[in-house]
Ligand binder design. Structure first.
Ligand SMILES: [Zn+2]
Length: 418
């Protein structure tokens, strides 16, 4: 016998909050495609239960009492509950069956997972008027493929912090343990002394950052970090990768989704070297490391500033962002407080996720991938101001090194100011 789930209560619940902005945003999100299967797996329902075949119920077990039929993309399902009485309903009812969530709770959870509160509009497509300097940039590519941005994965941080010494149970746990070991073996740049301080200081000087460079707070120094694959061990900078969606205290709570390791030339202990020789003489002196396959979506190295800073500045490489700031300080042209982030790659620029509570300035690299990422980004965030290094410079670090070699330019050129 089939008993349809009584939807009247849910109707009432819907009616009660239909006009609430949060529900409206979630509804728009759900209308934007076949979202339920993706959502349900984010909450931990196994993908194998969502293939439309009879299988064990993710809510009440059994052998084959459950079927996910996802009618019209509503996330709908049937479960015979082992009693012969069939429970059926939409994705909301499924969340209640599996997790016991009320509709209000489920709504909150869905909003949290999808970040609809501050997600950019996919494919908004409205081109901004003014405020963008691309004067020195090569012409943009003819067409830019617009896709929806990625959505950061839900990470159950509390599960990743098991007692030290316990055996890691998952790959993510194993990777996070390694990350934390490197964290404990290394020193915040601001607390360095002795040889470590010398190496790091000489590195920044070699990169054009000047003698009074303020060390970014979310970077560490490791005196002798091994990389077995390259048969190398030596001094390295470590930049901790966090996600704005994990909150302003993501760093303090050690919510690291990864790190970037930059192995340095050991010769730096004796003094500054040529910028091109400042990294270790190995094939890959810069390597990223993530705890999850898709965990880097929406992530960055948070270099400076806080949620109270006025402008959010993002760029691809750590040194691109640092160099841009250095140029501003050399020219005395930065008048706003900035929160600065390095995304570590064009795909993280395309998948940038942060509260949209302040203006964003994007530092573009002058290569085709950098230009394309900036175009893509502006489609999603139409008010972005894109700042471009002068032609002939691949990025702002190139430009900074040019300025230092030709100091006469420092006053006459200001290509990156609003
Ligand atoms: Zn069931």
């Amino acid at each position: 016998m089939m008993v349809m789930l009584d939807m009247r209560g849910i109707d009432r619940a819907f009616t009660g909050i239909r006009d609430e902005p949060l529900y409206g945003r979630v509804k728009d999100y759900l209308r934007g495609g076949d979202r339920w299967p993706w959502l349900l797996t984010r909450f931990g329902i196994p993908a194998s239960a969502l293939k439309g075949k009879n299988c064990p119920c993710p809510g009440c077990g059994g052998k084959d009492r459950f079927r996910f039929d996802n009618k019209d993309g509503t996330g709908s399902f049937l479960c015979s509950q082992g009693t012969g009485e069939v429970l059926a309903g939409s994705g909301w009812a499924l969340l209640e069956h599996v997790y016991g969530w009320t509709f209000e709770r489920a709504l909150e959870e869905v909003a949290r997972v999808t970040l609809v509160d501050f997600a950019p509009m996919a494919g908004g497509g409205k081109l901004p008027v003014g405020g963008i300097r691309i004067s020195d940039a090569p012409p943009p590519p003819q067409s830019v493929t617009i896709q929806a941005p990625g959505v950061p994965q839900v990470i159950h941080w509390q599960d990743l912090k098991i007692a030290p010494g316990a055996r890691p149970e998952t790959e993510a746990q194993r990777r996070y343990d390694y990350l934390m070991r490197v964290f404990q073996e290394s020193t915040p740049l601001s607390q360095l002394d002795g040889t470590g301080l010398q190496i790091v200081r000489n590195y920044w000087i070699s990169r054009g950052m000047g003698e009074r460079f303020r060390m970014p707070p979310h970077m560490h120094f490791h005196p002798d970090l091994p990389d077995r694959k390259q048969n190398w061990s030596g001094p390295a900078l470590i930049a901790w990768v966090t996600r704005p969606c994990d909150g302003a205290n993501a760093f303090a709570y050690r919510k690291f989704v990864g790190m970037q390791r930059i192995w340095l030339n050991p010769e730096l202990r004796n003094g500054p070297v040529n910028a091109k020789q400042s990294k270790a003489p190995i094939e890959q002196a810069k390597k990223s490391y993530g705890i999850l396959d898709q965990g880097m979506i929406g992530s960055s190295v948070h270099l400076y500033g806080t949620e109270y800073s006025r402008i959010r500045v993002i760029g691809e490489g750590i040194e691109t962002v640092l160099a841009w700031l250095r140029i501003q300080s050399m020219q005395g042209t930065l008048t706003e407080s900035v929160e600065a982030h390095a995304c570590l790659g064009t795909s993280q620029i395309k998948n940038w996720f942060a509260p949209t509570d302040k203006p964003v300035w994007l530092l573009q690299d002058n290569d085709p991938a950098g230009i394309q990422a900036a175009q893509f980004f502006r489609q999603l965030h139409p008010d972005t101001r894109i700042l471009v290094p002068p032609q002939g410079c691949n990025d702002f670090n190139d430009f900074l090194l040019t300025l230092i070699q030709n100091p006469s330019q420092t006053r006459s050129v200001s290509p990156c100011l609003p």
